[in-house]
Design a protein around this ligand. Structure first.
Ligand SMILES: NC(=O)c1ccc[n+]([C@@H]2O[C@H](COP(=O)([O-])OP(=O)(O)OC[C@H]3O[C@@H](n4cnc5c(N)ncnc54)[C@H](OP(=O)(O)O)[C@@H]3O)[C@@H](O)[C@H]2O)c1
Length: 285
């Protein structure tokens, strides 16, 4: 049995789809099963990573865990799961981390939270694999409203390039690590095939949508306020902005060959991602 945490999130949900496609048994944890909308084959269990007492039942009969946590509680949630997994005799944990956890110069919160989470997983004694993606292609879904309303993309740090990756390719790497031998103790930095700036992603979207789009660089302060309006907690919004600023550094623009090396398939391009998700930018969702 495979346990997926963050099952209703972007990557966790894609991991579920990959596991089901391979005909593997999946249990998912969520705080709100009634709202999870997961495929019928998935065994959905209510659990909360902040509540250690809820984890043993979720782990009963499980052999492998995909661990996805988010926000300022990343380290404590990873530690709770890793400790419970050790007691339950889990065979393998694949942790969704951050590409920048591997950046020795990174001193902003998100890589620090993930480094602490990775440390808890390593300390548990359970076999592990760290999957460290760079920025998700799907982050541009934050632009759907302004594209639909005014054909405008507003983002900070317009010239910074990130080797953005399709979440499904992150999931494919994670599922290889969950299901195949040879991945224990590996740290995988996962990127897409090219580094793109927000302005370049805007140009790709314009081409695919067949309409002109305007890119407007905004201040980090305004971008942070927009995130908070979108419902992101202030501490996380500040951490995301600190992370976005690092797009101006060369670390985030390096393309890594991991997806092809681990899955045997080339990573999807941003053009491919944008084509598949184009309806999100045209119809009210
Ligand atoms: N976005 C990027 O560009 C990027 C790049 C690199 C790394 N990352 C990392 O990727 C991770 C986020 O992944 P994602 O975007 O796939 O996730 P997401 O869409 O933000 O989803 C968050 C998930 O966490 C679950 N969750 C939150 N609190 C929980 C709790 N107390 N107990 C149990 N589950 C809880 C939610 O489940 P329920 O609400 O159903 O309970 C949900 O499934 C973060 O660690 C982030 O640092 C992101």
């Amino acid at each position: 049995m495979f346990l997926v945490t963050g099952a209703t999130g972007t990557v966790g949900r894609a991991v579920i789809d990959h596991l089901l496609a391979e005909g593997l048994p999946v249990r998912a944890i969520t705080r709100r099963p009634e709202a999870a909308r997961l495929p019928a084959e998935v065994e959905v269990v209510r659990a909360d990573l902040s509540d250690a007492a809820s984890l043993p039942a979720a782990l009963a009969g499980v052999d492998r865990v995909f661990l996805s946590t988010a926000g300022p509680e990343i380290a404590s949630h990873d530690a709770n799961l890793a400790a419970a997994a050790a007691v339950a005799g889990i065979g393998r944990i694949v942790k969704l981390s951050s590409g920048r956890a591997g950046d020795v110069a990174a001193a902003d919160p998100i890589p620090a939270w993930h480094r602490a989470g990775e440390e808890a997983v390593r300390a548990s004694g359970v076999a592990w694999t760290m999957v460290r993606p760079m920025g998700f292609m799907s982050n541009v879904l934050h632009w759907t409203g302004s594209i639909r309303e005014s054909g405008t993309v507003r983002a900070p740090f317009g010239q910074g390039r990130i080797a953005v990756v399709d979440p499904r390719d992150i999931a494919a790497v994670a599922v290889a690590a969950l299901t195949e031998p040879g991945h224990a103790g590996q740290v995988y930095t996962v990127t897409g095939p090219e580094a793109l700036s927000a302005a370049e992603q805007t140009a790709v979207l314009a081409e695919i949508l067949g309409r002109p789009l305007r890119f407007e660089e905004i201040t980090p302060e305004r971008a942070r306020a927009d995130l908070e309006r979108f419902g992101v907690e202030p501490e996380l919004a500040a951490a995301i902005m600190a992370l976005r600023a690092t797009a101006l550094e060369s670390f985030t623009s390096v393309v890594h060959p991991t997806v092809a090396a681990v899955t045997g398939r080339a990573p999807r391009s941003f053009q491919e991602w944008a084509f598949e998700y184009r309806a999100k930018f045209t119809a009210a969702q």
